[in-house]
Design a binder for this molecule. Sequence first.
Ligand code: PLP
Length: 452
Amino acid sequence: MTPHVDSQAGAAVKAADRAHVFHSWSAQGLIDPLAVAGAEGSYFWDYEGNRYLDFASGLVFTNIGYQHPKVVAAIQEQAATLSTFAPAFAVEARSEAARLIAERTPGDLDKIFFTNGGAEAVENAVRMARLHTGRHKVLAAYRSYHGGTTTAINLTGDPRRWASDNGTSGTVHFWGPFLYRSPFYAETEAQECARALQHLEDTIAFEGPAAIAAIVLETIPGTAGIMTPPPGYLAGVREICDRYGIVFVLDEVMAGFGRTGKWFASEHFDVVPDLMTFAKGVNSGYVPLGGVAISAEIAETFDKRPYPGGLTYSGHPLACAAAVATLRVMEEEGVVENAARIGETVIAPGLRELAERHPSIGEIRGTGMFWALDLVKDRETREPLVPYNATGEANAPMAAFGAACKKNGLWPFINMNRTHVVPPCNVTEAEAKEGLAVLDTALSAADEHTTA
Ligand code: PLP
């Protein structure tokens, strides 16, 4: 399939969408979704023949790009042989997916509970931690995103929680490390790390260590700004969890499966959690799938005692067949290594070069295929280019930047005052350079709103 013009078909898709589809996180009357006609590799296109390089990987999930023929074939084959089966049975696609995932997760995270996505994975990780410890409170970081369901949205440390907070008890937020906008007024990574760990210790002391079931953290917080923690921070959290008998949950829904140039982001820090949540890249998002990888100790809690949780489509054969094929493709085609290499040799130097010429770039940060540009009004004060959670006119500079990207054939990931550079992990060098060139043009629109 290649881009071609079919305005009538596009208009029909759009009309049905506007009449009947109720979209996520949106004021329904203010949105104008693009009608998508097709996609392949790192690109997708609309019905007007416009083609976009997807520097957002959908919602950071197409880690091997769109329509990989081997994954499409695996889904078709599974559909032809056994398209669905209830979760209580042993099914080849499910057991093989679990085996391949467990082989890649660190340490003894060898049992896999399957869900349909990331939020359900977080819900179940919290439930497992509460049942394992017999405690209720869960600590999570500000500047985080854990999903849109009840527990997951309450853990989330961004404005989306405000309207959804239903008063669920037991969620406590604390500040994680983020040197560029340090909540601890730190000037070095070492200071930020030490102060963040002390702050966590203080939070635990005042919440009551014996009341805390879990600490839930994104290994590298993604949606909230791709904030790589300083060396020693996650090891410090691990030590605190061990000291107080708290379950350490690392959420790798966005950072996992090659995104950071390793299979899991936790490998950068040599830290093994007790529970790890995943979704998205596990099968490049071709069929909804997520899960929790469970340590031997927590799995043992539910050896003789039933785990009170489950989903009709847990480990759906189509989703698991897509995962098996995706993981094999990632291995055969060196996708994780590609993310590390293109990140280091093309994206990192390319973004550094852009930062030299564009005053709107306050900071670039990231690794692999996981980068953020923190756009500012003023480099000295680090005032964000648009106010926190800006809408309408207040968001005009970011809207202008986004429009310039799209006009030049790049689909960006934009969140508040940031644009994230998160292309597929198998992006080619030429595609990465093409995207950087469009960012160069579009950043001029942001520069116009920068004073320095
Ligand atoms: N956790 C993290 C770190 C995420 O980035 C997301 C989604 O972006 C989720 C959980 C929720 O996943 P889902 O949207 O599949 O429920």
